[in-house]
Design a protein around this ligand. Sequence first.
Ligand code: PLP
Length: 413
Amino acid sequence: YLTKHRPGRTIFANPGPTNIPDSILQASAVPSIDFTDEDFTNNVYLPCIDGLKRVVKTTDGQIFLNAATGNGAWEAVLVNLLSQGDKILIVEGGFFSDLWGMMARNLGIKVDVLSTNVRTGVDPAELRSLLSKDTAHEIKAVCVVHNETSTGVTVPLADIRKAIDAAGHPALFLVDTISSLASIDFRMDEWGVDGVVCGGQKGLMLPTGLSFAAVSPKAWAATETSTLPKHYFNWRFQIQRIPHKSFAGTIPSHMFFALREALRLIEAEGGVDAVLARHHRLAEGVRRCVQHWGSGDKVVQKEGAPEIFCEDKTRYSDSITAILIPGEGKPAQVKQIAINLGVSLGGGIGKWTQGKIIRIGHLGDNNEASILGVLGVVETALNIAGVPHYAGGVTKALQYYAEQRIAQQTNGH
Ligand code: PLP
């Protein structure tokens, strides 16, 4: 399907899009259907809505889908909930929080930014203090990227919710879960999230092109007064369009066959919590490996060696590990060698990480075998590129996976 043939199966370790399981690819290989067909509504569309609600953990929220990537869901949430000249607060995390802020400005929204150290992410106490000063409640929404895909830092949403409440601030709480959904713990109702931005091509393992928003009753009430121009993404229009089918145009029915299969796979693994546990286990192996490359059995980091970009251990991302590789051009070299050896990695993006890091995406359809393959290739690439490191990082990962399996067997799993 590409002109260049790479023998064997390339292991895809980008943080999105992610590996698509064969059964998902096959599920969408069906003839076109009339999307108003009741069989489709009852047996494909509505079960998908129910499944998505289980994944975002909401019973009160409504789901609105778009034939668009994550950018579409970002836009939908902004234009449906806000009005021209409203102010929002973007909590800085990195490239993607920046981009969301840029979109808001382009839509005519005023944007304040809470600056952070992107290697650790926001301090909820600072957020609380900033919101407490906004006594006129000019800030209409607090926008947070749950897992900043460009840095591999996951921020604690429950603490952020508490900070908003402690400031007694009524702002809507809008969260981008594009690289955390179905890979990192997320609880819409419990954490009082009003607008959830979700994408399909990461934790949900779908071909790129479907995104959705989950909307709380409080946010739905805000749609009544929102005056920002909108058409395709207009939820109030979508909801009247065809009962149960919230699209302004043709329903991308093939994407729903794929989505139904993705949701079936999640259930067949034991539900979303089992999926999250696997992501945590696989990610922890990656981290142990990278830490060993950097400092071996010592405390001090080896000069010039790889290092996890995230500086707060409690905020390590279970969906992507960003690895700082010192030395001009070294990250690009490692990335290029890796693809030649059969592993596709992510690189740095945005002003903080461009040219400085490689990113291992470990979200979606992965197991120990795929992750050990990735780590083995990256260690080989470090050797070829002459990046200083302690050998044997991969051994640390496989020891960890062995311990985890033994513990699972002992617990009867
Ligand atoms: N937000 C985050 C956290 C992302 O990782 C991405 C894409 O990688 C986006 C938003 C933008 O989504 P898309 O590229 O699907 O439009």
